[in-house]
Structure formats: structure tokens, C-alpha cells
Ligand binder design. Structure first.
Ligand SMILES: [Zn+2]
Length: 122
């Protein structure tokens, strides 16, 4: 009983070591960072990289976190990305429209307030 449980737990921990991959060190012995690829071949696929890439001095350390994608996966991710960009653009468009409308309403409101004040003054 006990031994089978132990076996199961060690099996489980071996598979849940995803987060420890983040704490790996690269060739220059610095803590690595997780990045998401944006190349056509590996779009949206995460990998562990040298943190010196920011200053263009990475040691070339690269380890994929996500499994390789098949062509269907790539298609789906690409489609979702395009859909996301489209929706973001739409949101921005509507935000601008709302701002314009709010501006109009405010201007209208101020006009009325001024008129009311004018009448009250008389
Ligand atoms: Zn490095």
C-alpha cells in the first residue's frame, strides 16, 4: 500500500517540474527567463532563454518549454492571434467613438448649463 503511494507521488512530481525549468541557469550561469516565440515556425511557443538577450549578448541558451507544434496547431495559433489583433483594433475604434460621443454630450451639457445660468441671472 505505502510503497505504491510513494511510487505514484514520485511519478507525479517528476511530471510537475515545469516551474523548475524556469529556475535553470544558462551558459553564462545566470537565471534564465521564459520567452514566447513570435517566429512563423514557432509562433506562441514558449522557451527558456538567456536573460542577456535584452542587451544582445545572450549566450545562445535555448530550451523549449512547449512541445513542438504540428501544422494544425500553428494554423490555430496563427488564426487566434489574427483574431485577437482584429478585436483589439475594434476595441480601440469603439473607445475612440465613445470618447468623441462623451465629448459631444459634455459640450452640449455645458451649453445648457450656461444658458440656464444666463436665464437665472436675469
Ligand atoms: Zn546566458
Amino acid at each position: 500500500m505505502d510503497t505504491s503511494n510513494e511510487g505514484a507521488s514520485s511519478f507525479g512530481s517528476a511530471h510537475s517540474s515545469g516551474s523548475s525549468a524556469v529556475q535553470r541557469v544558462c551558459f553564462c550561469e545566470r537565471p534564465t527567463i521564459v520567452k514566447t516565440a513570435n517566429t512563423e515556425k514557432n509562433f506562441g511557443r514558449r522557451f527558456v532563454s538567456c536573460e542577456n538577450w535584452k542587451i544582445n549578448q545572450d549566450c545562445g541558451f535555448l530550451e523549449w518549454l512547449d512541445p513542438k507544434m504540428c501544422s494544425f496547431d500553428k494554423k490555430v495559433v496563427h488564426h487566434l492571434h489574427q483574431r485577437h489583433e482584429y478585436l483589439e483594433a475594434q476595441v480601440k475604434r469603439y473607445e475612440t467613438l465613445v470618447e468623441v460621443e462623451v465629448g459631444k454630450v459634455r459640450a452640449e451639457h455645458e451649453k445648457k448649463n450656461c444658458a440656464a445660468k444666463g436665464r437665472n441671472g436675469e
